[in-house]
Design a protein around this ligand. Structure first.
Ligand SMILES: [Zn+2]
Length: 250
């Protein structure tokens, strides 16, 4: 069984779990709903609640690292400062309820899904991306100017069309045979397990395909859930890069 429950169901707000390790970096569980920083998306925050009711605040979530500094499959819950005494009492096997800050995560799910819509509206390679609870920014490798109002309107139309999102997977070989599926130059597809997770927007039955690309992040189930997200800024980051910033309408 896989331990990263958020990849099957991004709507899980909590799960029961057991501590498998407590390290200098943080707390590792046998399974979790916490998304670790990666693919441009920020790590989750939240709480780990012990059976007695004691809560450990989790400030961030990161991938584990091996001795050489390479990421491992472990997901490390980083405790907020000032909880050293509580963390010191934790041992492997301790039961916890792992609960994310859902409001914060859902904002990232909405922004992240919108970034996929933006890939449809601006069909250029992405060479940088960051998704936070407050804004998302995508850097497109392009020289043509972009119009803020035009992009906002195009995103709103796609969101209102209520396209469902489908999580699926393809093999490394299928991805190698379809290199155009990879729209990001900065984020590598989540390879390594033989299957690569894909996110498809639209394309069910006869419906038009809006976007299909490898992605390990968390998304809403339908574009109708995106709500009021607008392009807040367009910057000419360099001669060959246009930066688009997404945010929540005031
Ligand atoms: Zn994604």
């Amino acid at each position: 069984m896989t331990h990263d429950l958020f990849r099957q169901d991004a709507y899980l707000r909590e799960c029961s779990a057991h501590i498998t390790a407590v390290t200098d970096a943080g707390i590792v569980l046998d399974r979790t709903v916490f998304y670790p920083l990666g693919g441009g998306q920020a790590g989750d925050s939240g709480v780990l609640v012990l059976e007695g009711g004691t809560a450990i605040t989790v400030a961030d979530t990161r991938k584990g690292k091996d001795a050489d500094g390479n990421p491992t499959s472990a997901i490390v819950h980083v405790p907020a400062p000032g909880q050293e005494d509580r963390v010191a009492q934790l041992t492997a096997g301790t039961a916890v309820t792992a609960r994310i800050d859902w409001e914060r995560r859902h904002r990232m799910m909405r922004l992240h899904t919108t970034s996929h819509l933006l890939c449809h509206v601006v069909p250029q390679l992405v060479n940088g991306c960051s998704i936070t609870p407050d804004y998302a920014r995508l850097d497109f490798a392009m020289t043509d100017p972009l119009d803020k109002e035009q992009l906002t309107a195009a995103i709103a139309t796609l969101a209102a069309a209520a396209h469902p999102l489908t999580v699926a997977s393809i093999s490394d070989e299928e991805l190698d045979a379809n290199p155009a599926l990879v729209k990001s130059m900065s984020v590598q597809p989540p390879r390594g397990t033989g299957r690569i997770r894909t996110i498809r927007i639209g394309g069910e039955g006869d419906a038009p395909l809006v976007d299909l690309q490898p992605c390990g992040g968390t998304h809403v189930a339908n574009t109708s859930e995106i709500g009021d997200i607008v392009v807040t800024k367009i910057e000419k980051k360099s001669a060959t890069t246009r930066r688009v910033v997404l945010g929540f309408a005031l």
